[in-house]
Design a protein around this ligand. Structure first.
Ligand code: TMP
Ligand code: MG
Length: 279
């Protein structure tokens, strides 16, 4: 924490003002899902598809090549978001084009997720259940693949009715074959108003002025821009990769930075206090 007094003040305000004004806005990939396990990287929602048996060997190789080229750009601390933005559009567009060539079936998604190596962060159930029990809306804003991440949550039995998702959703033809991705395209650095205004959740999002924001990328910090009257916001950032290089930037940007922490323990503890389950 760069400013513990500020964090303390915001947490006290969130607790005092109660659950009616509170919402949680969270990224999905590498924020709610794990970055790594036993020294190995865990898949993003895109990677779940890329690594599955429904993708041809050639397709898989091309998708891996894209990842190896663009991911270092995505997290490069020496490039500005403005520089990165067109390159991210390029990555997402090329990746989606490759996925479209694979004739992915809607009916295969559940099996693809079941057979994948995706993992959610430790104690994720406590997080989801706590929000559900207290009727706190959880808004998931993801540049991943909506159909896949929903299925991950469903299989983990945490896809409760207080959750709304804005993400890249697939569009299937009448035979259930993937034919395109729905608009607008969401990538790491356009998680803001421009995208949200086009979604049905915009109104809902604006109705609660106290926010806990969870992310793992600098691009996640604009996820709450759509909320007109923010009164109190606590931002918590998971710093997963290139920790030493990115520490300064993350500490300047997020109220709390969690370095290489694969759990939701800190978030759960704060929620527990705010929701009055702990004195
Ligand atoms: P998000 O976590 O900010 O929602 O972004 C999704 C992540 O997905 C981002 O870190 C990059 C990653 N990604 C892949 O792993 N494979 C892909 O093909 C694409 C387009 C993105
Ligand atoms: Mg992420």
């Amino acid at each position: 924490m760069k400013n513990p007094e500020h964090v303390q003040r915001v947490i006290s305000a969130l607790r005092k003002e109660g659950t009616d004004k509170l919402q949680v806005i969270s990224d999905f990939d590498m924020t709610l899902s794990r970055f790594g396990f036993n020294g190995r990287r865990c898949p993003t929602s895109h990677n779940i598809l890329d690594n599955s048996r429904v993708i041809s060997e050639e397709g898989r190789k091309k998708l891996k090549d894209l990842l190896h080229y663009y991911y270092p750009i995505e997290i490069d601390p020496n490039r500005t978001m403005e520089e990165k933005r067109p390159l991210m559009v390029e990555w997402w567009t090329r990746a989606h084009d490759l996925l479209l060539q694979q004739k992915i079936l809607k009916s295969d998604i559940a099996k693809i997720v079941r057979e994948s190596e995706v993992m959610l962060r430790d104690r994720v159930n406590t997080f989801f259940d706590q929000l559900h029990q207290h009727n706190i809306p959880l808004f998931i804003f993801s540049a991943g693949v909506g159909d896949v991440l929903e299925e991950v949550l469903r299989q983990a039995k945490v896809f409760h009715p207080n959750i709304n998702v804005v993400s890249n959703y697939m569009d299937f033809d009448d035979k259930g074959v993937l034919r395109q991705f729905k608009e607008p395209l969401i990538h790491t650095y356009n998680k803001n108003n421009a995208v949200l205004e086009k979604t049905e959740h915009f109104q809902l999002l604006s109705s609660r002025s106290n926010i806990i924001l969870l992310g793992d990328s600098m691009g996640d910090l604009s996820m709450a821009d759509g909320v007109a009257n923010v009164e109190n916001i606590l931002t918590i950032g998971f710093l997963n990769d290139k920790v030493d290089e990115q520490r300064g930037k993350y500490r300047d940007a997020y109220d709390i930075v969690l370095e290489k922490d694969e759990t939701l323990d800190v978030v759960n503890g704060i929620l527990c206090y705010i929701l009055g389950d702990l004195n």
